[in-house]
Design a protein around this ligand. Structure first.
Ligand code: FES
Length: 87
């Protein structure tokens, strides 16, 4: 069954925190050559829309090497991830 729309997006159950938080209350900061550091009232969901439990603060992998995706497990250091954002 194709549950996606014309934009390739899936129809997902609404996030349980979606209406409780404003994006202004959420901080997402890329760390030097490491994960995105996220804080605030965020609902994290998998590709099927199921909520992924997490703490108040979380580090999300952006190197692709974590064995605990979507969370960072420190592998970015072992793979010498270059996440340079500065020009
Ligand atoms: S950013 Fe840390 S494991 Fe990927």
């Amino acid at each position: 069954m194709n549950r996606g729309n014309s934009l390739g997006q899936h129809n997902r159950a609404p996030c349980t925190l979606g209406n409780m938080a404003r994006i202004a209350d959420v901080n997402i900061t890329p760390s030097d050559n490491g994960p995105y550091l996220v804080s605030g009232a965020v609902c994290l969901a998998d590709v099927d829309g199921h909520e992924v439990p997490h703490g108040e603060y979380m580090a999300l992998c952006r190197c692709g090497g974590s064995k605990n995706k979507p969370f960072c497990d420190g592998m970015h250091a072992a793979v010498a991830f270059d996440g340079t954002l500065k020009k």
